[in-house]
Design a protein around this ligand. Structure first.
Ligand code: MF3
Ligand code: CO
Length: 264
């Protein structure tokens, strides 16, 4: 069932999203070569709790950490470890969920560590671009899969592989709600979008093949061909007008990035 949030619920989702944007902004600046992925999780969890929030992912279906940290060929759900050190040239995806007064916000960003290859920086920027192409269609009255098709068009246009085994989702008092939001074209139209729906749209894009596999820890998803993967996710609100992006970082909000290029 796809829920429509009340004005009060929307206020709480806005608050959760704003905190999450701040956590992403601040945690992104902490990343440096030599740091362990466990340190990222520790700092992230402390930030989340400092805002009176609970990390949505910790203990979710047994996931052991607050921040999913996925390096290079890791697509999503990497488990922070004291043995995994970041090094110059790596790309690292941070996926974070926070719960504020019972409402969740979910967002992901991929960062480069020091100087990264052109292949890597193109992948990061174009993954973000595919998100914004997608949500230009996140308008009341449109069909859900218009978002999916637009993400697909953008990422496929660059020759990238779009992960099919994982999808975006509705979000609210639960981390994962209906509907599922694929990042690829479907034959079906999906549900019709209505004001008050809150959605986590999250393209996971591979430099090479779309194929992924799971590591033996049963969490970490990696590209089957070992090539790079990037992730960009925000929690958004469907309104009567343009979608509201609830989890932007301050830098992104200032840039006003997302309306560049107009809407669909
Ligand atoms: N952002 C992820 C998602 O939407 C959540 C990670 S699931 C967890 O699927 F178990 F790792 F928390
Ligand atoms: Co998500």
């Amino acid at each position: 069932m796809v829920t429509i949030k009340s004005a009060h619920e929307i206020e709480l989702m806005r608050a959760a999203g704003k905190i999450l944007g701040k956590v992403h902004q601040d945690l992104g600046k902490e990343l440096k070569p030599g740091m362990t992925t466990l340190e990222i999780d520790r700092i992230g969890e402390e930030m989340i709790r400092s805002y009176g929030c609970i990390p949505s992912f910790k203990n979710y279906q047994g996931y052991p950490a607050s921040v999913c940290v996925s390096v290079n060929e890791e697509v999503v759900h990497g488990i922070p470890s004291k043995r995994r050190l970041l090094k110059e040239g790596d790309i690292v995806s941070l996926d974070i969920g926070v719960m504020y007064k019972g409402y969740h916000s979910d967002a992901a960003r991929t960062h480069g560590i020091g100087e990264i290859s052109t292949e890597a920086s193109d992948l990061i920027l174009r993954t973000r671009e595919s998100f914004f192409d997608g949500i230009r269609h996140a308008l009341a009255g449109n069909f859900l899969h218009q978002i999916s098709a637009a993400i697909d068009r953008c990422a496929s246009g660059y020759g990238y592989g779009i992960v099919r085994d994982l999808v975006g989702h509705g979000i609210g008092s639960k981390l994962h709600e209906d509907p599922q939001i694929p990042n690829f074209r479907k034959r079906s139209r999906g549900i019709r979008l209505r004001p008050g729906m809150t959605l986590a749209v999250e393209p996971m894009i591979n430099a090479g093949s779309e194929k992924v596999r799971w590591l033996a820890d049963d969490w970490t998803v990696v590209t089957a061909d070992g090539r790079l993967s990037a992730h960009y996710e925000n929690t958004i609100l469907i309104t009567k007008g343009l979608p509201e992006i609830l989890s932007l970082t301050e830098d992104e909000a200032e840039e006003g990035i997302w309306l560049q290029g107009g809407i669909a």
